[in-house]
Design a protein around this ligand. Structure first.
Ligand code: ATP
Ligand code: BTN
Length: 258
């Protein structure tokens, strides 16, 4: 079970995920959180870049060292983390985000958060897992390449006519890891989504709608049906059910990012 969360903060690091890896290799146990004011080499999925401008965003990563976890269950941790971020943003600001499977939280069709889970094996089993979360909080604008798909807590609160009393970023960081502890401890008892699937699906973007599955070699349309207990996406393609696994696949809306 996850308890004993320990928070450390640095002004600037290359990547909070990489700092956690270093500590894990030095023997640190689970519950360590490293957050940073900015990252100079923030990473997204599949070798992509993650922007975390100073003072505007949250970059935070947690170390997990689950005993006897199966390799199969690791991608599910990203899905659990997405639930936690959604829950924290809702509890603190009343913003009702949706989860864009597997790793993004979206508001009004744009991405407010990204999650990157990494792990290292040793002697044939999982040695440690890093869950890294980036949230756009105070950003008022974004670089041209991501402006069409990025938003922030402040921008969404302004749209909702609520002003931008988002408080300090460390409040949100703490709320995210508190929520994560709650969901992760449910997940880890079964190492699957059986206790969380229903809530996840209630908050899943595009549920019952047409989506575009973009794999490396091809791209096709499908209807999003929900998730299975492994946290994999279930879709229907020409009347047949298919399972989409986390990996090098993107799920998009038919007309845009969501
Ligand atoms: P998908 O999962 O459908 O491929 P995605 O295009 O958002 O979605 P991800 O790998 O989840 O891809 O996220 C990485 C991408 O996020 C980067 O390639 C960049 O386009 C975008 N990005 C980088 N920084 C930010 C940010 N601060 N806010 C929103 N989006 C960002
Ligand atoms: C994505 O959407 O592709 C995932 C983005 C994950 C960004 C976070 S910020 C904290 C942690 N450190 C990193 O280098 N990446 C993750």
């Amino acid at each position: 079970m996850l308890d004993n969360i320990r928070l450390e903060y640095y002004d600037s690091v290359d990547s909070t995920n990489d700092r956690i890896k270093e500590r894990a290799r030095a023997g640190e146990k689970q519950g360590l959180v490293i957050s940073a004011g900015t990252q100079t080499a923030g990473k997204g999925r599949i070798g992509r870049k993650w922007e975390s401008p100073k003072h505007d965003s949250i970059a935070t990563s947690m170390l997990l060292t689950p005993a006897d976890i199966s390799l199969d269950a690791i991608p599910t941790i990203t899905v659990v983390a997405a639930m936690a971020v959604r829950d924290a943003i809702y509890r603190l600001y009343g913003l009702d985000g949706k989860i864009k499977w597997p790793n993004d939280i979206v508001l009004d069709g744009k991405k407010i958060c990204g999650i990157l889970t990494e792990m290292e094996m040793r002697e044939g089993s999982v040695w440690y897992v890093v869950v890294g979360i980036g949230v756009n909080v105070h950003n008022k604008s974004f670089d041209e390449e991501i402006a069409f798909k990025a938003t922030s807590v402040d921008l969404e609160l302004i749209k909702a006519g609520c002003g931008t009393e988002t408080g300090h970023r460390n409040e949100l960081t703490q709320a995210i890891w508190e929520s994560f502890k709650k969901y992760y401890n449910i997940f880890i008892t079964t190492q699957d989504m059986s206790g969380l699937k229903e809530e996840y699906e209630r908050n899943l973007a595009n549920l019952g709608e047409r989506v575009r599955i973009e794999a490396q070699e091809n791209s096709y349309e499908a209807i999003a049906k929900g998730i299975n207990v492994k946290g994999e996406l279930l879709v229907e393609v020409e009347g047949k059910e298919q399972i989409i696994r986390t990996g090098e696949v993107s799920v998009r809306g038919i007309y845009g990012y969501v």
